[in-house]
Design a protein around this ligand. Structure first.
Ligand SMILES: Nc1ncnc2c1ncn2[C@@H]1O[C@H](COP(=O)(O)OP(=O)(O)OP(=O)(O)O)[C@@H](O)[C@H]1O
Length: 259
């Protein structure tokens, strides 16, 4: 298979055990170019652990993860380094370095992975901040001086610093007010549509799921319980999926009192 025909991400037969607890019992799916995919599932179904296994931070008990055709858990340090340049990751809390300014945070991957001169780094940092929708005056602020929504945008700017092909986001809208959250959804959608990025995000946010996501992957009982376009998955005849979407709709719209 030629490299550009291969899926960007292929997860196969992932098993994860912690002591006697089995979190994944054989999880598998693939992701192609330009897809905006949400990974959903009840609390504790192992969504965050799966993301960590995909990006090479936590070794699964069994199974394989291929990123850009490279098997993450069998790769050499040099191969893994090449793979790491091609994806970005945003953790739930943003995980910005608190002692650095926003601009210095965004510059970290550029300094680590490229030999660009300082003025080129500065220009790229300014571009990434603009792409993430941050005003220029945010650049020289400490992360603690920003609002939660702006901190998330700064974390996105850092995650796209190296112009990745693939972006992983762990609960990107958690803790944001609804208006800021919808702005963040639009930002992610634009990154997919304008830059051709592929995004895999973990979320519990129904507005994100119904508003901007193309495809849903549902984790339940340690396996992929459903995988397909959003409209198809939410009509799946599965008790958990039915409850998940009806409970969330009720929270959003208020209970149906029959009047
Ligand atoms: N390092 C670890 N050691 C032991 N157990 C762990 C470890 N990391 C995660 N777990 C367990 O694995 C399970 C899955 O955790 P994970 O954080 O992936 O769930 P999640 O689906 O992301 O949940 P949520 O939606 O609540 O964020 C949980 O029961 C958690 O306690």
């Amino acid at each position: 298979m030629r490299d550009h025909d291969a899926p960007l991400l292929a997860v196969d037969g992932i098993v994860t055990r912690f002591g006697t607890q089995t979190v994944h019992r054989g999880v598998g799916f693939t992701a192609g170019r330009g897809e905006l995919i949400a990974l959903i599932g009840g609390s504790g179904t192992g969504k965050s652990v799966l993301l960590r296994e995909i990006v090479g931070l936590q070794r699964p008990t069994a199974g394989t993860v291929r990123l850009f055709g490279t098997e993450v858990w069998a790769a050499s340090a040099a191969e893994l380094d090449r793979v790491r340049r091609r994806f970005g990751m945003m953790f739930q809390d943003g995980a910005l370095f608190s002692s650095l300014t926003v601009a210095q945070n965004v510059a970290v991957p550029l300094r680590e992975h490229t030999t660009l001169p300082a003025d080129a780094v500065d220009a790229l940092v300014a571009l990434r901040l603009a792409q993430a929708g941050l005003p220029a005056d945010a650049a020289h602020k400490a992360p603690s001086a920003l609002s939660g929504g702006m901190r998330k945008r700064a974390a996105i700017a850092r995650a796209i610093a190296l112009e990745p092909e693939l972006l992983f986001l762990d609960e990107p809208t958690s803790g944001l007010d609804p208006i800021t959250a919808r702005g963040f959804d639009r930002l992610v959608r634009n990154l997919v549509d304008d830059l051709g990025l592929t995004v895999l995000l973990v979320t519990h946010d129904l507005d994100t799921l119904l508003g901007v996501v193309d495809r849903l992957i549902v984790l339940a009982d340690g396996v992929v319980a459903a995988d397909g376009p959003v409209a198809q998955v939410i009509r799946t005849d599965d008790a958990w999926i039915r409850d998940y979407f009806s409970v969330r709709r009720m929270v959003r719209e208020g209970p149906d009192d029959g009047s």
